[in-house]
Design a binder for this molecule. Structure first.
Ligand SMILES: CCCCCCCCCCCCCCCCCCCC(=O)SCCNC(=O)CCNC(=O)[C@H](O)C(C)(C)COP(=O)(O)OP(=O)(O)OC[C@H]1O[C@@H](n2cnc3c(N)ncnc32)[C@H](O)[C@@H]1OP(=O)(O)O
Ligand SMILES: Cc1cc2nc3c(=O)[nH]c(=O)nc-3n(C[C@H](O)[C@H](O)[C@H](O)COP(=O)(O)OP(=O)(O)OC[C@H]3O[C@@H](n4cnc5c(N)ncnc54)[C@H](O)[C@@H]3O)c2cc1C
Length: 667
């Protein structure tokens, strides 16, 4: 079956139009699967359309030609315009719509509200008491105040228990005294802290009567609401340019015995009474919930980052002609090369897989917050923490790899800022570090795995959570031709073996006399391998579940091809484990390779439409190379001509230095 997708093809590059004509599914229907519902996919399109009617929101000067100050100013201008149209553009308080609006209009280089929406408000929702929400949440939602999340310090980010900023309770004045005792205690990195925010959630060590209670969240006013000047006792500023994300003012913050009222400790789950007595929360790590919130979004957000890079690379590959295959009268589209397909299509599959996981984990977090806030039920916290710790690490790692391959797939033009892929890469790989450095978070996931293995070894498999149940599966011989379930079985065996091996190694060191911490460190590489396999198994199973649930036949068929590619690619990628443990034979390996190559051919006709289905506007993509019209050469030439360097024929640097140098050389 072949039909024309709804988008207008007239006027676009004929090579791209041809790709869109031969697609076997409808991109609007695919968008419903990607964005989780017909309603949200339609709302996205509607919002995009409304934005396109606001002249002040159309791209002015390309971001690549702007200084950092210009980028920040431009983001603020756009936020101001958005603020005037907010209620016409989106349903107020709909987080997904707000994120779409920001992604589309302001892009990914950061802006003053990035942390306000993603961490400041969510922390108030999950940690502030009803009374505190009454005081601050409404103001935050109306954007009367701008907030950020200030936790990481110059000396500590990963190890939260060692944060040095103190919040010492003074019963006589019923205040907390915030203090930065050393240079390493300066808050360092928080997004939008440096210049934009006037409020912050500050994570500080709660100290009462000389006893430390560990990190707790406080709401702190940093700047005067009228003048925006820092309040006395506060030192705040920008930490300087970064690898990417330079539209954001990540900042530093120090306190000099800065006093805040007792009511500024967020007290939904714990309390400090006026006399200084402390009421414990129902779960020791409940104060970490805002991090879990962002981690639960990361599979979706990273999937969308990689999708942007792939839209650019796949469209370009369908337009770029170089070299010959059978027909020597016309050069081929580079997308027809098997190596190009192998470079791009497994990442397309991962994008879909990650997004399906993201849809699931976002819902899991929403449910958890309801359970905790309404019923005081914290039983889901441990599982969601271990799942999102593994997922953020695996997804950010593969997203970085996928984006870099997308860049190379665009040859020389991929290296130009015109492609915008380097910016997408820089922003995406920050995710390997923020919300917990990947190795640290893989080791958090490993804690849960080791505990589960120990339960099995102690004869209590019934206590395992459903995600760990595969650890009890016996070894079986698997016939791969029967379909996805066979791949799952092999993957489960591989993941199980590694989890047991890593745990065995840990126990061995402990039996030999090492403390658990030292034995843990000596086993850490093996433990992180177990976490990765465990997480990749979850991703694979989620992909299968999601595809099985699709009702549109042509969408399901296209995604089944992608799923088959994913299954074969993933299994091949971990084949060394399977071969070493005798789980798979070399004949099965050959079978997998052949399946993989035939999947590439099946996906080829749908590649452009699989990426068009994300329905990113040109405004959101910000890529000259990846524009929907596919007129790459004309667009590149126009863009290069607009470079500030080309606004005069002879640069001052030539007149001032090169010309005199050449003249001197003549003497
Ligand atoms: C991202 C939104 C995107 C919006 C998209 C918009 C489009 C584009 C715009 C631009 C995009 C970019 C947006 C940028 C956003 C950047 C945001 C970045 C913000 C930050 O980075 S905030 C700072 C984050 N910091 C960290 O993550 C620190 C990492 N460290 C930790 O979390 C803890 O220190 C760690 C490692 C968990 C250890 O904690 P500790 O207290 O020491 O605990 P133990 O290791 O001893 O474990 C004890 C026990 O507790 C369990 N545990 C730990 N944490 C939790 C938890 N959260 N929930 C439940 N249980 C937990 C742990 O498993 C142990 O259990 P055992 O049973 O094993 O004893
Ligand atoms: C773009 C960006 C935005 C950010 N935004 C915010 C924000 O809004 N608010 C905020 O509070 N913070 C923010 N951060 C800070 C971020 O959360 C931390 O940088 C991150 O948690 C990593 O901590 P670290 O810098 O201490 O890394 P380190 O822990 O110093 O990592 C250095 C190395 O040590 C290793 N390591 C550390 N501990 C262990 C261990 N226990 N076992 C094994 N290896 C270990 C790591 O794996 C890594 O290889 C942001 C960071 C970036 C890059």
């Amino acid at each position: 079956m072949s039909f024309l997708n709804k988008e207008i093809c007239d006027g676009d590059n004929p090579d791209l139009t041809e790709e869109r004509r031969t697609a076997t599914f409808d991109t609007d229907r695919m968008a419903q699967v990607i964005y989780g519902s017909e309603k949200f996919a339609a709302r996205r399109r509607q919002i995009t359309k409304s934005i396109s009617r606001i002249p002040a929101l159309q791209d002015t000067k390309p971001l690549a030609f702007m200084t950092r100050e210009e980028k920040i100013t431009e983001a603020c201008r756009e936020l101001d315009v958005l603020s005037d149209h907010w209620e016409q553009l989106i349903y107020v308080n709909d987080e997904e719509e707000a994120l779409h609006l920001h992604r589309e209009v302001i892009g990914m280089e950061g802006h003053p509200f990035a942390l306000h929406e993603t961490m400041f408000i969510p922390t108030l929702v999950s940690q502030a008491s009803d009374e505190q929400q009454e005081k601050w949440l409404g103001r935050a939602r109306k954007r009367e105040i701008i907030g950020c999340y200030a936790q990481t310090e110059l000396g500590h980010g990963s190890n939260l228990r060692k944060l040095e900023t103190t919040a010492t309770y003074s019963p006589s004045t019923q205040e907390f005294i915030l203090h930065t005792p050393t240079i390493t205690a300066l808050k360092w990195w928080p997004g939008a802290l440096g210049k934009s925010s006037n409020y912050a959630i500050v994570m500080a060590d709660l100290v009462i009567k000389n006893k430390s209670y560990g990190p707790h969240p406080f709401i702190v006013q940093l700047r005067d609401e009228k003048t925006h000047q820092p309040l006395p006792g506060i030192t705040v500023g920008d930490i300087g340019p970064k690898m990417a994300f330079n539209g954001a003012d990540n900042g530093f913050l120090g306190f000099d015995h800065f006093r805040i009222p007792r009511g500024n400790l967020l007290m939904r789950h714990n309390r400090v009474e006026p006399d200084g007595s402390y009421l414990k929360p129902p779960h020791a790590k409940i104060g970490y919930s805002s991090m879990v919130k962002v981690r639960s979004r990361m599979a979706m957000d990273q999937g969308l980052f990689m999708a942007q890079a792939l839209v650019i690379a796949v469209r370009y590959s369908a337009v770029r002609r170089q070299g010959f295959l059978e027909d020597k009268s016309q050069e081929v589209k580079v997308l027809d090369y098997q190596t190009q397909q192998h470079r791009l299509f497994p990442s397309i599959a991962r994008v879909y897989a990650f997004i399906f996981c993201g849809l699931e984990t976002i819902q899991l977090y929403e449910k958890l917050i309801l359970d905790v806030n309404k019923n005081g039920d914290t039983s889901g916290m441990a599982d969601l923490h271990s799942l999102t710790s593994g997922l953020k690490s695996v997804v950010t790692h593969f997203t970085g790899q996928g984006i870099e391959q997308a860049r190379m797939a665009c040859g020389g033009h991929g290296y130009s800022m015109a492609s915008y892929i380097s910016e997408i890469y820089g922003v995406a790989v920050a995710g390997c570090t923020y919300e917990g450095e990947n190795m640290v978070m893989l080791l958090q996931c490993a804690r849960a795995l080791v505990k589960a293995v120990e339960l099995v070894e102690e004869g209590h498999p019934e206590k395992l959570s459903p995600m760990m149940a595969y650890l009890t599966k016996p070894s079986v011989t698997v016939d791969l031709t029967v379909g996805p379930e066979a791949y799952v079985k092999i993957f489960q065996l591989i993941a199980k073996k590694q989890a047991f091996k890593a745990t065995e190694q840990l126990h061995k060191f402990m039996v030999a006399g090492d403390s658990r911490d030292v034995a843990w460190n000596k086993s850490a590489v093996e433990l992180t391998k177990a976490s990765r396999l465990h997480t990749r198994l979850y991703i694979l199973k989620t992909f299968i579940r999601r595809v099985e649930s699709i009702t549109d036949i042509s969408v399901k068929a296209a995604l089944t091809d992608l799923l088959n590619l994913h299954l074969n690619y993933e299994l091949l990628d971990v084949a060394s484990y399977a071969l070493a443990d005798g789980i798979m034979s070399s004949t099965q390996m050959d079978f997998i390779k052949n399946q993989l190559y035939s999947s590439l051919e099946k996906i080829r006709p749908n590649a452009v439409s699989l990426m068009d289905s994300f329905q990113f506007s040109d405004l959101q993509l910000r890529s000259v190379l990846g524009r929907r019209d596919g007129h790459v050469y004309q667009n590149l030439f126009e863009w290069a001509k607009s470079s500030p360097l080309n606004q005069s024929e002879v640069l001052p640097s030539v007149t001032q230095y090169l010309k005199p140098m050449m003249e001197k050389s003549k003497l």
